[in-house]
Design a protein around this ligand. Structure first.
Ligand SMILES: Cc1cc2nc3c(=O)[nH]c(=O)nc-3n(C[C@H](O)[C@H](O)[C@H](O)COP(=O)(O)O)c2cc1C
Length: 193
């Protein structure tokens, strides 16, 4: 699926340059590079500025790499094992100052994820979000406190040729299209269905 992307209105090129590959070249990434990507995520907006996101990560050269890969479902583990870094994104379900449940922790974590992804793209890397993870194992093995919700894992690395993937995944590798602006945008009110 090697379609090219174009936007229907002029936008920053990063938005359509970013996509989620599965074919990664198993190169090393530095802590500084990961910290730079998380720095971008750190500046995401959040409800009441509580910044509920937490990032727990491992580089492929680290001793915990195999453990991290084992926390993905088998489909994701099969390709993400060639990534350079794996990040687990968790969010605080409790409003820090108020001790009340937050209704926005996942929404805010989503904003942080996309800022990380766009920063990765800008740095010549790619980030691929995964909800296909073993949530209970992540909580247990990575010592996540009960009040944090495990959101997603993020594989980060250097994109390579789809030929490195099994045939069924090769067909899906490439930038995907989007719904038309007119399908998702309603002026005034939601149209009657
Ligand atoms: C919350 C979330 C969960 C996702 N889970 C997976 C996953 O488990 N495995 C996978 O291969 N891709 C996963 N994806 C990637 C999406 O399929 C991908 O972002 C979507 O098809 C749009 O393609 P693009 O990111 O290349 O533009 C996930 C993306 C998001 C945002």
């Amino acid at each position: 699926m090697m379609t090219s992307r174009s936007s229907s209105h002029p936008i920053h090129p990063l938005f359509i340059k970013r996509w989620s590959p599965r074919a990664f070249d198993p190169v090393k990434l530095s802590d500084t590079d990961i910290h730079t990507m998380i720095e971008a995520a750190r500046w995401a907006p959040s409800a009441y500025n509580v910044q509920p996101w937490r990032f727990i990560y491992c580089l492929r050269q680290d001793a915990e790499w195999d453990l991290y890969i084992s926390l993905l479902n088998p489909f994701n583990a099969a390709w993400a094992k060639n990534a350079s870094a794996l990040v687990f994104l968790v969010s605080d379900t409790v409003f820090q100052d108020r001790n009340t449940p937050s209704a926005y922790n996942s929404f805010d974590a989503g904003a942080a994820w996309v800022q990380l992804a766009l920063q990765a793209t800008d740095m010549g890397y790619d980030a691929h979000a995964m909800a296909g993870i073993l949530f209970d194992d992540v909580t247990e093995k990575l010592n996540i406190p009960d009040r944090y919700k495990v959101e997603i894992a993020i594989a980060i690395g250097q994109r390579t040729t789809p030929a490195a993937l099994p045939p069924e995944l090769q067909e899906r590798e490439g930038p995907s299209p989007r719904k038309a602006l007119s399908e998702i945008t309603f002026k005034g009110a939601f149209p009657h269905e």
